[in-house]
Each structure stands twice: as structure tokens, then as C-alpha cells.
Design a protein around this ligand. Structure first.
Ligand SMILES: Nc1ncnc2c1ncn2[C@@H]1O[C@H](COP(=O)(O)OP(=O)(O)OP(=O)(O)O)[C@@H](O)[C@H]1O
Length: 752
């Protein structure tokens, strides 16, 4: 095996695997062993220059290293060091960080907690780990039972030469029997896909009784070695559609490896490109969850920023499945020759949410990565046989029409060389087949089946009020609110908090730790009624269980974005609603956009071509008017803190600039001078100034007033519809049994 590849840790394969011993302190190191070390992992020391070199341009940052042997093996150069080995040994095997903000989430097989074992997978949070610990026993019992079922079959079917498919059918039967005793999920429905017993057992543990349509259609094509372009509606299980065959391939290759040495230097199997950090982490968790049910499992690593490039390089050197955003991946890859060399030999390249990744702002990095992966370019003479031919898998719920045609192979010839064009990138994907298999399992609808859509008409200036009303009409529902700007997320979050709504924020300018924390809290089973206000960074791919409602506070800019945003609810056969808040002047355009989405579905599915008409939802304006005072107050309080915060930032910035220029800075004087000029933004500035001017006491009074308003129930009364229908027991309604009060008490629900 090529020696350029960094040493990798073998996954735990149970009792038989060699386990590395934990070195607790340097005192415990019995012998000083020399080991091959990556060049950037050597214990480099900064060279101290004598004072006389005060201005020695070009020598700053000079580093030296001691005790390193340089070995030349053919064309490869290796560095062997005792010291570095110790340092790196501790560092390398301390287990991946539990801290998600550190950017790499990795996992190894679920295994017995053995103090002497340092190769341990990690999980994104301590909280999660605590929950997982609790689940472990349960899962282990389940796993043992599933295993027993498989063994039972093997024993029953012990005749040599028995047909494997016959055997497999019995595996299913045993699992089904087992399931009858509530011991595991019956996975008989997966039988046509030719999966290994190991994989079936993992699916049974996950509780996935049958493949989804995209899994049913795409898995055999991928297992057969084809390039695949997969299109299926949001929440339909695309992740496992590509992950299952990738893991099957890894299991097969790993099973064929004869000794530990070979396992230790194995090459990565797959590289998965994701457009956002959150999605990369989610893909990691999703694949990891499946791997946990396997006897032996691949290392899965997410690369999304936060860690030092060197540390990520070391961790990636061990990974079998790498999931990353293009920017960070390219940064890590481009600074390590060893990593790019090993990536070139991957068996699978996956582009998830392809239409976004290939078309929106990721050109440069995607281009660099694809160039680096291009196996032909670096193939050396006589090396051809060693290079596995890569399968390319492209997945999304939406594809621009042009992109779809190009991916389907039409017009692949004569692709332009314009370096800025999608065609250029497509060419770079380097499909191994002239035409990849196009798997479009759900041409009738990109939208999930269980989705209800509607719009609420309200004046642009009243969106806050209607948003709050909608939230009260849907109490205890996990709700995702989309806005088109970071500023709106920043504004709406405190506003809703002031109104006692459990709300979290998500946008791209938040630090990674805070982003992941928001998602974790929003998705926590402990808070089913939480709210997330987000930009479109949350629109694609995020799979948060139990999102029942999506509200488009700002309208989506494109039809595809409408599909992706709305797809955060009604996932995996669940139901959910998507509601647009539309100003009157926006209604026609929006109806047209949504009709377009549905028309495309109808035409491609050969279905009903009548125009889809999105209904307006009936919100009782009188009830909304009753909520106005509290929203106005909450807004005033939120605006005041925001304006003060902003002033602090502005002051800091101007102070710094004044310091650099060597002038005095007086914020009052500065503002007075600015206030003379009339121009754009003056009105906003005045409002901010007003908001800032609120004293502590005034704010306290506003808070008290709001508190009192919030403690009052909002009686929605008896709607005219009820009165005219003549069939309603008004006394019953007023008793509260049907929830005539808004909010947590018991929502009345929306009429659709
Ligand atoms: N065979 C299955 N049976 C039951 N649930 C499944 C199955 N496969 C996947 N799921 C679940 O369905 C949910 C959605 O899957 P996934 O995130 O892969 O959807 P997706 O098609 O990638 O959606 P999007 O287009 O929004 O990214 C996940 O919670 C996943 O665990």
C-alpha cells in the first residue's frame, strides 16, 4: 500500500482487533519508539533570532526540528521521529473532540468502554452523549437479539453450498420472527436490494422497516457501479440512498483486508460535499447512526471549520467517509500533499444538494477540489491499476431545468470551457459513464405528500403582529421561521423572546458553536414547541424531527427555495404546514410562483394540469387587533436593546479609527455633526436614537406593562362562522374545552 498515506487507526472490530494502549503520562512510556510522522505533525520550534536581526525580513516564522530521521523510499520521503511520535500519539488518539464547534465530528463503532482504548468516536454534544449512554444498553440488547436472529439463521441454514439468496431470505424471516417478539424491526422489505446481513441488522436496529422510493431506486444502481443523479422530494431519505452503498463498499473492502498493517493504511472511501456546515454535521450524524448498528464501522469525519488545519489533517488521515463544505475542505486538502493524494483515490464522490453547491458561490473551491481529485492528471506510469475509478453521485430535491438536462447527459458534449459556468464544473465532475443514471423517483411532486400550504395576507408593516398571532394559533408546535436577512433574524429573535416565545436564532454570521447550539436546542425532544428564526442557511437538507410548521416571514426569492424551505416539515411521511406571510402587493406574484412549482410537478408527472391556487388562510382580524398592544410594546423593548448594542459596536469602531488617526473622539459631537446631514438612513437613525434614549426606568415600566398584558388570556370569542352555522354549543366553547383562548392554554388551530 502506498506509504504516502498517513497511518490510520483501525476501527474497533471487536475482541479480535489490536487495541492501542493508552499512555497516561510520559512516565508511563516504556520504550521510546520511532514512528513515521507527517511533516506538519513534527514538533517544530520557532527559531529565536538574535536582536541584531530585528528587521530580518523573510526570517520571521522560521522553524526548526530536532531528532528526525529522513527516509527515502523510492520516490517517497518519510520522516521518523521518537519525540513527535509521543506527542502526536497522545494528541492523535485522545479521541475526537466532543465540542462541535471544533468542527470535526467523528465516530467509530459503538464499543465497550475500555479505559485502555483511546480510539473513541465522539458525539456533537455532552447532552447528546448522556442521552446516547442511556440508549446504549437498550440498543445493545436490541443489537444482540438481532445478531442472535442472524446467527439462528446461519445455524439453521448451515448446509454447505446453500444459496446465499435463500440464506438471505431466511435472515429476513428470522428478523421478522424476532420482530414478532418485539426484538427488532422486520426488514424483509429490504430483501430485493442485495444488502449484507450486517447492513440489514443495522437498519433493523434503526427501525427502518422498508426502503423509501429513492433508496429502492438508487441503491441498486450505485451498487452496480453506476454514476447516479438522484432526485426525490425533500425528506424522502436521499442521505441513506447514497450512504448505504458507500458503507457496503467499505465493508466489503475492509473485510478483504488481510492484516492490521493493511487496515492501518487504508484509503478513504468517500468524499461528500455539502453546501452548509449544518448539513455536513447532520449528514455525519445520520451516517454515524446507521454505522452504530454495524459489527465494524468506518470512521466518519465532518470538516467544517473551527479546528486548526493541521489538526483536521491528522483526523482526516484516519477517516473513511469525509463530509465537508467546499471552502474548508479545500483549505485542509490543499495544504497536505498526503491528503490530496489519498483523496484522489476515493471510490465515491457525492455532491449533496447539488444544484446549490454547483451553482451558488462555491465555484472556486468546488473547482479546486474537483481538479485535485482528477485522477487522470496525477496518474503516474504503471500506476493506472492502483487507481480505483470513482463513482459520482449527485443528489437534490430540485435541479434547475438546464442543470437537470446537462446532468442527464444531454448536451454533455461540447460543454463550454468558460471557467465561471456550471457546464465547466459539470465537465469537471468527470462522470465515468457517458450518461449517469438519472433516478427521479418522484416526478409528480417535489413537495412532500403530507404538506399543507397556505398564505396569510397582511400589510408589510404588520408582519410582526401576524407572525406572533400565527405562533399563538399554533402553540406547542415546532416552528421554523424563514427571513431573507440576517438583520431580521437579529430583530425578530428578541422581539419574540419578549413575548415569551421560546425562540432561537440561526444565520451565517453566528459563530459555529452558537449555530449548532441553536439547532440542538430547537430540535431537543424536551422542547417540542420551540421556534427557530433563520435565514436560508437552514433551508436545505436540515432534517429536524417534528417540525410541524414553516412560516415564510419573508417570501422565498425562488421557486426552488420555496420547495426547500417548506421541505423542512412533513418529512419522512409526517405531516406539516407551510404558511407564507404576504403583503397584498406580493400575493399575485407568490401565487404565480407556487403555481409554477405545482405546474412543473403536474406536467412532469403527467398529472392534472389545472392551475394550482394557493388558498388564503382565515385569520380573525379582531383577534389579531387584540394582540397589537403587546407586540408594539415587545418591539419597543427589543428595538431599545438592539439600538444600544448597535451604538456600542459603532462607537467601538469609530473609537478605533480615531485612535489610529490620532484624533479625539466624542460620540455626542460626532453624532451631532452627522445629524446635520440629511440623506439615506436618516429616519432609521432617528428611530434608533429614540430607542436608545429610553431610560432604565422607562424600560422597566414598559416591561411591567408587557408582563401584565402577557398574563391576560386572549379570548378569541366566538367567530361569526360559528354563530351563523347555528350548530355550536356556545357554552361549551366558552368553557375552554375547545380552546377558545390563544397561546399555550390550548390553540384553536387554523382553518385551512
Ligand atoms: N427507509 C427509511 N425508513 C424510515 N425513515 C427513513 C428511511 N430513510 C431515511 N429515513 C428518515 O427520513 C428522514 C429524512 O431523510 P433525509 O434527511 O435523508 O432526507 P432528504 O431526502 O435528504 O431530504 P432533503 O431534500 O430535505 O435534504 C430522516 O430523519 C431519516 O432518518
Amino acid at each position: 500500500m502506498a506509504s504516502e498515506v498517513a497511518k490510520r487507526s483501525a476501527p474497533n472490530t471487536g475482541g479480535g482487533s489490536k487495541k492501542r494502549q493508552k499512555i497516561k503520562s510520559t512516565k508511563d512510556v516504556p520504550t521510546v519508539q520511532k514512528r513515521p510522522v507527517a511533516i506538519d505533525a513534527l514538533p517544530w520550534n520557532e527559531v529565536k533570532l538574535p536582536d541584531m536581526f530585528d528587521d530580518a525580513e523573510g526570517f520571521f516564522g522560521l522553524e526548526e526540528v530536532e531528532g528526525v530521521e529522513v527516509l527515502k523510499e523510492g520516490n517517497n520521503i518519510r520522516f521518523v521521529s521518537a519525540k513527535a511520535a509521543d506527542v502526536e500519539y497522545e494528541d492523535e488518539f485522545e479521541g475526537f473532540s466532543d465540542n462541535p464547534e471544533e468542527g470535526v465530528v467523528t465516530t467509530a463503532k459503538d464499543k465497550a468502554k475500555d479505559d485502555s482504548v483511546l480510539e473513541e468516536g465522539s458525539h456533537p454534544s455532552d447532552e447528546k452523549r448522556a442521552t446516547e449512554k442511556k440508549d446504549t444498553k437498550k440498543k445493545k440488547d436490541k443489537k444482540a437479539k438481532t445478531k442472535k436472529a442472524l446467527e439462528k439463521v446461519e445455524n439453521q441454514d448451515g448446509n454447505e453450498g446453500s444459496k446465499s439468496d435463500h440464506n438471505e431470505m431466511n435472515v429476513f424471516k428470522a428478523l421478522a420472527q424476532d420482530n414478532d417478539d418485539n426484538d427488532g424491526t422486520d426488514v424483509t422489505a429490504w430483501s430485493g436490494l442485495d444488502l449484507s446481513g450486517n447492513m440489514l441488522s443495522a437498519l433493523s436496529i434503526l427501525g427502518f422497516a422498508k426502503p423509501t422510493p429513492i433508496q429502492l431506486a438508487a441503491i441498486p444502481e450505485i451498487l452496480d457501479g453506476h454514476d447516479v443523479v438522484g432526485k426525490a422530494s425533500t425528506g424522502s431519505g436521499k442521505t441513506l440512498a447514497f450512504a448505504i452503498p458507500i458503507i457496503e463498499s467499505w465493508l466489503e473492502t475492509y473485510g478483504e483486508m488481510e492484516d492490521e498493517d493493511e487496515k492501518n493504511v487504508r484509503l478513504p472511501t468517500a468524499l461528500i460535499l455539502s453546501p452548509t456546515r449544518e448539513l455536513a454535521h447532520q449528514l455525519t450524524e445520520h451516517i454515524t447512526a446507521l454505522c452504530k448498528g454495524l459489527d465494524k464501522s468506518p470512521w466518519v469525519a465532518a470538516v467544517t471549520g473551527g479546528l486548526s488545519v493541521q489538526k483536521q489533517q491528522r483526523q482526516l488521515a484516519k477517516a473513511d467517509i469525509i463530509i465537508g463544505t467546499p471552502g474548508r475542505l479545500w483549505e485542509v486538502m490543499s495544504s497536505s500533499i498526503e491528503l490530496s493524494a489519498s483523496f484522489k483515490k476515493i471510490k465515491f464522490l457525492v455532491v449533496d444538494e447539488a444544484d446549490r453547491l454547483l451553482t451558488e458561490g462555491h465555484f472556486k473551491e468546488a473547482d479546486e477540489i474537483l481538479t485535485a481529485l482528477d485522477r487522470q492528471q496525477d496518474a503516474q506510469e504503471g500506476d493506472e491499476d492502483e487507481i480505483p475509478s470513482r463513482q459520482t453521485l449527485i443528489f437534490s430535491a430540485t435541479f434547475h431545468k438546464g442543470l437537470q438536462q446537462k446532468l442527464a447527459g444531454k448536451g454533455k458534449q461540447g460543454l463550454m470551457d468558460d471557467k465561471e459556468s456550471v457546464e465547466y464544473l459539470l465537465k469537471k465532475l468527470n462522470f465515468r459513464e457517458e450518461r449517469p443514471k438519472f433516478v427521479d423517483v418522484n416526478p409528480v411532486s417535489q413537495m412532500a405528500e403530507g404538506l399543507t400550504e397556505g398564505l396569510v395576507e397582511c400589510a408589510g408593516t404588520e408582519k410582526d403582529l401576524y407572525l406572533y398571532s400565527l405562533l399563538l394559533y399554533h402553540p406547542n408546535q415546532r416552528t421554523l421561521i424563514f427571513t431573507n436577512s440576517i438583520h431580521s433574524v437579529r430583530r425578530l429573535t428578541p422581539l419574540l423572546q419578549n413575548l415569551n416565545i421560546p425562540v432561537y436564532a440561526l444565520h451565517s454570521q453566528m459563530i459555529q458553536k452558537a449555530r449548532l447550539r441553536s439547532i440542538e436546542r430547537f430540535s431537543s425532544p424536551k422542547s417540542p414547541g420551540s421556534i427557530l428564526v433563520a435565514t436560508d442557511v437552514a433551508a436545505r437538507g436540515l432534517d429536524i424531527g417534528g417540525v410541524q410548521l414553516v412560516i415564510h416571514y419573508h417570501l422565498p426569492r425562488t421557486a426552488d427555495m420555496y420547495v426547500h424551505r417548506s421541505g423542512r416539515t412533513a418529512r419522512a411521511e409526517a405531516s406539516g404546514s407551510s404558511i407564507l406571510l404576504c403583503a397584498p402587493e406580493e400575493v399575485v406574484g407568490m401565487r404565480r410562483l407556487v403555481a409554477k412549482v405545482h405546474a412543473q410537478n403536474a406536467i412532469s408527472g403527467g398529472g392534472n394540469k389545472s392551475k394550482y391556487y394557493m388558498r388564503s388562510l382565515d385569520v380573525d382580524r379582531k383577534v389579531v387587533a387584540r394582540l397589537k398592544p403587546r407586540v408594539t410594546l415587545a418591539k419597543k423593548i427589543a428595538d431599545s436593546s438592539l439600538a444600544k448594542e448597535k451604538k456600542g459596536h459603532d462607537d467601538d469602531w469609530v473609537k478605533k479609527a480615531a485612535e489610529e488617526l490620532g484624533v479625539d473622539y466624542d460620540s455626542e459631537e460626532f453624532e451631532a455633526a452627522g445629524g446635520q446631514r440629511k440623506g439615506r438612513g436618516t429616519g432609521r437613525k432617528l428611530k434608533e436614537k429614540e430607542a436608545r434614549a429610553l431610560t432604565k426606568n422607562e424600560l422597566g415600566a414598559l416591561r411591567a406593562e408587557l408582563k401584565s398584558l402577557l398574563s391576560q388570556r386572549v379570548n378569541v370569542g366566538v367567530s361569526e362562522r360559528y354563530l351563523t352555522s347555528g350548530s355550536v354549543d356556545i357554552n361549551e366553547l366558552l368553557k375552554g374545552a375547545k380552546g377558545e383562548f390563544l397561546g399555550k392554554i390550548d390553540g384553536i388551530g387554523m382553518e385551512t
